[in-house]
Design a protein around this ligand. Structure first.
Ligand SMILES: [Zn+2]
Length: 120
């Protein structure tokens, strides 16, 4: 019997450093990722439901709208995915253009931000 798990599962240690805390951003991004995936799933279900009515009942229009929304949702999900990747590679919070730190206030509003305010 070995005590390999000093920290119980689910216990998130409080961030000690003042700078970008990886675990806090990860939790935030993963939560957003789940939300965006759920939104995309809902849109897919709605899209398929919209195919059910008989032709000529306006289904095409709602399908077009849902399809457009799904494209936006898929893009948003991909952006969150990329932010999680940057977190894993240590690039998170750094402007992709000038390599400056992206202000935390900006990241809190949009953790997927890839550019600082100057380069955005
Ligand atoms: Zn920049």
């Amino acid at each position: 019997m070995t005590a390999t798990q000093a920290v119980p599962v689910g216990a998130v240690p409080a961030p000690r450093r003042g700078r970008t805390s990886g675990s806090r951003w990860r939790a935030l991004l993963e939560s957003r990722w789940r939300d965006r995936l759920a939104e995309l799933t809902d849109l897919s279900v709605a899209y398929h439901d919209a195919t059910a009515p008989a032709p000529g009942t306006g289904a095409h229009e709602s399908q077009r709208l849902l399809s457009r929304q799904a494209v936006v949702a898929r893009y948003a999900l991909a952006e969150t995915d990329k932010a999680l990747h940057r977190l894993a590679t240590g690039e998170f919070g750094r402007c992709e253009d000038c390599a400056a730190d992206i202000p935390q206030a900006r990241l809190l509003v949009e953790p997927e931000a890839r550019y600082c305010e100057r380069c955005a």
